[in-house]
Design a protein around this ligand. Structure first.
Ligand code: ADP
Length: 259
C-alpha cells in the first residue's frame, strides 16, 4: 500500500453537464489535469471541447456536475452539503488565476501591444504602471516581440497578435493556461511561431489545456490527450497510445479524417 498521497489535481471535473436551450452539449464529463501537465483536447467540431474550456474559465455556468480548481469549487461554495453561488468578486478572483487564449486574438484595437498586456495587471491587480510595464516588456521578449511593444494590433500579423494575446494572458501570472484552437484562424505560415511559444511555455512547466487540431503538436507536447465526441470523453491517455493505437472506432475515424 502506498503511503504517499496522490497529488491533488489542479483541475478536477466531475460529471459535468452543459445544456444550451434543451441541447445537451456535455453529457457527464470527468476530467482531471495535474499541475505541470499539458493536456490536449481533441475531437470533431461540436463535440463540446470549447464549452468545457469555457466552463473551466467560468465564461459559462454548469448545468450539472462540479469543477474544482486547486481544491476550490468553481462558481459555487459548498456548505453543509448545499451549493451556494459564489459572489462575483470571488468568481473574479478565481478567474484571475486562469489565463485563456482564444481562436480570435481579441486584443483591444486602440491599444498598443504593451498597453494590451498591462491592462489587466493594472486594472485587476492594481499593479503600478512601472512594474506592469517592466513585466510586459519581459513577456514581449519571451514571445519574441520585444521590438513590437508600441505597435497597434492592426500593424501586427495574426501570429504576432496571437503571441501578444498569450503574453497578455501570462501577465496575470496564471496557474493554468487554456488555449482554444489558438492557431486555427491563422494563415498556415504563421502557425509555427505560435505553437513555438506554446511549446516553450510547456517546457517551462506551465499547466495547459489546449483545444487543437494540430496533431503533430499534440503528439509532441502533450503529456496526455483527451479525445471527446458527442459531449463525452471517449478515450484518453499518452499521445503515443491514443494517437498511435486508438482503442475506439470513433477515435480511429476522427484521426483518419484529420491526418
Ligand atoms: P467544439 O469546441 O468541440 O467544436 P463546442 O463546445 O464549441 O464544440 O460546441 C458544442 C455544441 O454546443 C455545438 O453543437 C454548439 O453549436 C453548441 N453551443 C456552443 N455554445 C453555444 C451557445 N452559447 N448557445 C447554443 N449552443 C451552443
Amino acid at each position: 500500500m502506498s503511503t504517499t498521497p496522490a497529488a491533488t489535481p489542479l483541475v478536477r471535473a466531475l460529471n459535468v453537464i452543459k445544456t444550451f436551450g434543451g441541447h445537451q452539449v456535455l453529457q457527464g464529463v470527468d476530467f482531471e489535469v495535474q499541475r505541470g501537465e499539458v493536456v490536449c483536447l481533441l475531437g470533431p467540431s461540436g463535440s463540446g471541447k470549447t464549452t468545457l474550456l469555457r466552463l473551466v474559465n467560468q465564461l459559462e455556468t454548469l448545468t450539472g456536475g462540479r469543477i474544482w480548481f486547486d481544491d476550490e469549487l468553481l462558481g459555487y461554495v459548498e456548505r453543509n452539503g448545499k451549493l451556494y453561488v459564489r459572489k462575483d468578486r470571488d468568481i473574479a478572483r478565481q478567474r484571475a488565476r486562469i489565463g485563456m487564449v482564444f481562436q480570435r486574438f481579441n486584443l483591444f484595437p486602440h491599444k498598443t501591444a504593451l498597453e494590451n498586456i498591462i491592462e489587466a495587471p493594472r486594472q485587476v491587480k492594481g499593479m503600478s504602471k512601472r512594474v506592469a510595464t517592466a513585466e510586459a516588456i519581459e513577456l514581449l521578449d519571451r514571445v519574441g516581440l520585444a521590438d513590437r511593444a508600441n505597435f497597434y494590433p492592426s500593424q501586427l500579423s495574426g501570429g504576432q497578435q496571437q503571441r501578444v494575446a498569450i503574453a497578455r494572458a501570462l501577465a496575470m501570472r496564471p496557474e493554468l493556461m487554456l488555449f482554444d484552437e489558438p492557431t486555427s484562424a491563422l494563415d498556415p505560415e504563421l502557425v509555427g511561431e505560435v505553437l513555438g511559444v506554446m511549446r516553450d511555455l510547456a517546457a517551462d512547466g506551465m499547466t495547459m489545456i489546449v483545444v487543437t487540431h494540430e496533431m503533430a503538436f499534440a503528439g509532441e507536447v502533450a503529456d496526455r490527450v483527451v479525445f471527446m465526441d458527442g459531449g463525452v470523453v471517449v478515450e484518453q491517455g499518452a499521445p503515443a497510445q491514443v494517437l498511435g493505437n486508438p482503442q475506439h472506432d470513433r477515435t480511429r475515424s476522427f484521426l483518419r479524417r484529420v491526418r
